[in-house]
Every structure is written in structure tokens, then in C-alpha cells.
Design a protein around this ligand. Structure first.
Ligand SMILES: O=C(O)CCC(=O)C(=O)O
Ligand SMILES: [Fe+2]
Length: 330
């Protein structure tokens, strides 16, 4: 196991000092040139913790950091708008559209979630006339979404390809063959806004404990709140935000595709204080809709069915949730 709690490093939370975990860092430029040592390290991270930092500061990755700032400005403008404007198109599909706070279960039993979310699917942004709320349906905003989705797709596909190589997969067995760009998938950009939340008064809190549905998640947040439950550990640990880095994690379908070799780590988001709001951006790389996997229970499942089943499940009250679905069998 390579996930350790950073000795002496803690983060003040709920009147106590909470542990911070030590994740490894992978250099994106080195992955791009398939450097053997970096690929080996990547495989170790995906097998052990299922989470790592991706250093994007070299010239090959830097562009997405600029796109992240553009997207944050767009998100601030969007989430400050009146509710009826944000909700103009509702949720046309499970991976595209807007959902207000409270549409899913929350971080503590009996609570609902504490974030509003705008999703833009890769399928929709590639269409000639993307269907979006009119406050973001203009040339500049569509370019911001497309640049971010295109850049994130390139980064996550690079990681996927390195993992195929690291596992000695060849020909049709390479993971790229179930993530072909011209085949339909539920890959999407998710923009989340957590309004300030008073845990004593509020019933809409944080982001529930879960594993991710898809193959790889590329996550950007400049703010604290994300916690993971490292393998073999019974303590939740904070993931420290690091400038110039994204956080990447393995999701259920890549775990299934790897015959449970790769690790899909359980995580959640908790509110830090009752005065600050929080922004996070996630790109979810998901397999082609028709790709088939054997899940953690030995049952054959299609990528799109796993996605839809788990999405619906996120919304049901905690007492009706099946851990096998929420935590992907972890
Ligand atoms: O908001 C975050 O930092 C993480 C959100 C998350 O885990 C997810 O959307 O799957
Ligand atoms: Fe997640």
C-alpha cells in the first residue's frame, strides 16, 4: 500500500485536526512520451490508491490550467444567475443539463446533497448546435466547454493508453478500443457549485460517499473538501489541493475492464466552513455505451446500463441504497 497519511500534516476540520493523505504525483509530459518509469509508477498508483496527482505545469499540460480559469469564470457567472435561467433546459439526459441542490443523497445519513451541478456531455458539445441554457449558449462559452472537454479527453486518453501498455495489453485488448472517440458514450464535463453550508442548520450537505461510475475522472478544485478512504484504512483523509495539478482517479468500469486489478477508491466531499462556497470541475471519461464488463459480482453489464443504474441510485435515500452499486463493490 502506498497511500500514507502525511506525518504531522493535518487539516483543521470540525474542531479537530483531520489527516491529510499523501498521494503520488505523475508527470503528464512524461506520460505523453510513454516513459517506462512513469508508466510503471502510474500503474502502481492505479492499483494501490486508485488516486494520484497529475502535474500539468509543463508546456504540454499547461493549456488546460488556463482553460480551467476560463471555466471557473463561466461557472461563477452561471451559478450566480436566477434559478429559472439555470434550470432553463432542466436535465435532458442523465449526463447533460442542470440540477439544483438536493437532487441526490448527501454526505451524512438522512441528508440531501449540497451542490448544484451543470453537466455538458461530450456528445452534445460535438453537435453543431449544442442544447444549453441560453445564458451559456453563445460562441465564447461553447468554445470554453469544447476546449475543456477536448483537452480533458486528450489527457485521460493518454493515461488510458499508458495503462494498457503498463498491463501488457495489445491489439483489441487495449482499453482504448472500448473508448473510441467516434462511438457514443456518457463522457461528460461536470461543474459543481457547493453553496456555503451550516452543518447544524442545513439538511443539504456535501457529496455522498461513492466510487465513480466511469473509467477515469480528471478533477480540478482549488479548495479543500475532498476526502478519500484509502485502501486498508478506516480513516477519511483529506486530499490537499495543489496548484498546477489535477487529481485523477480510477472509476468502476476501468476496474471492471481490468478484471478488478485496478482500484476504484471510495471518496466524498464535506463542507469545510459555513461561510465559503466551493467550486469543482470533473471530466468523466466513460467507456462506449455498448462496452461490456463483468462487474464485481461476476455479472455481465453494459457501460451505459451501469451508468444509468448508478445515476438513479445516487438519488435514492440512504436507507434504500445498495452499497454494491454506490461503492461499485469496493
Ligand atoms: O467536488 C469534488 O471535489 C468531487 C466530486 C466527485 O467526487 C464527483 O463528482 O464524482
Ligand atoms: Fe466522485
Amino acid at each position: 500500500m502506498t497511500v500514507d497519511i502525511i506525518p504531522g500534516e493535518t487539516f483543521p476540520y470540525n474542531g479537530a485536526e483531520a489527516p491529510v493523505c499523501e498521494l503520488e504525483t505523475i508527470d503528464f509530459s512524461r506520460l505523453l512520451s510513454h516513459e517506462p518509469l512513469e508508466i510503471k509508477k502510474l500503474l502502481r498508483c492505479c492499483r494501490d490508491a486508485g488516486f494520484f496527482y497529475l502535474d500539468l505545469r509543463d508546456i504540454d499540460g499547461r493549456r488546460i490550467l488556463e482553460d480551467q480559469q476560463q471555466l471557473l469564470a463561466l461557472m461563477r457567472r452561471f451559478f450566480e444567475s436566477p434559478e429559472e435561467k439555470k434550470n432553463e433546459i432542466g436535465l435532458p439526459s442523465l449526463e447533460h443539463g442542470y440540477e439544483p441542490v438536493g437532487n441526490h443523497s448527501g454526505v451524512w445519513d438522512g441528508t440531501k446533497d449540497g451542490y448544484a451541478i451543470l453537466q455538458v456531455s461530450r456528445e452534445e458539445i460535438r453537435s453543431p448546435n449544442p442544447y444549453l441554457p441560453s445564458i451559456v449558449r453563445n460562441r465564447k462559452d461553447i468554445k470554453t466547454f469544447s476546449d475543456f472537454i477536448g483537452g480533458s479527453n486528450t489527457i485521460t486518453k493518454t493515461i488510458l493508453s499508458c495503462l494498457s501498455t503498463a498491463l501488457g495489453r495489445t491489439g483489441a485488448d487495449r482499453f482504448e478500443n472500448i473508448h473510441r472517440n467516434e462511438h457514443k458514450s456518457t463522457s461528460a464535463l461536470a461543474m459543481m457549485w457547493y453553496p456555503p453550508c451550516d452543518q447544524k442548520l442545513n439538511k443539504e450537505i456535501g457529496h455522498q460517499t461513492h466510487t465513480d461510475i466511469g473509467s477515469l475522472t480528471l478533477l480540478f478544485s482549488e479548495q479543500w473538501g475532498l476526502q478519500i478512504l484509502p485502501p486498508g484504512c478506516d480513516t477519511w483523509c483529506f486530499v490537499k489541493p495543489r496548484e498546477g495539478h489535477a487529481v485523477v482517479n480510477v472509476g468502476d468500469t476501468l476496474r471492471f475492464a481490468s478484471e478488478l486489478d485496478l482500484f476504484s477508491c471510495i471518496h466524498r466531499v464535506v463542507p469545510i466552513d459555513n461561510t465559503t462556497d466551493r467550486y469543482s470541475i470533473a471530466f468523466f471519461l466513460r467507456a462506449e455505451n455498448d462496452a461490456e464488463f463483468v462487474d464485481s459480482q461476476g455479472k455481465l453489464v453494459k457501460a451505459v446500463d451501469w451508468h444509468n443504474r448508478k445515476m438513479f441510485h445516487f438519488a435514492v435515500p440512504h436507507e434504500n441504497q445498495k452499497p454494491l452499486i454506490i461503492n461499485g463493490g469496493m
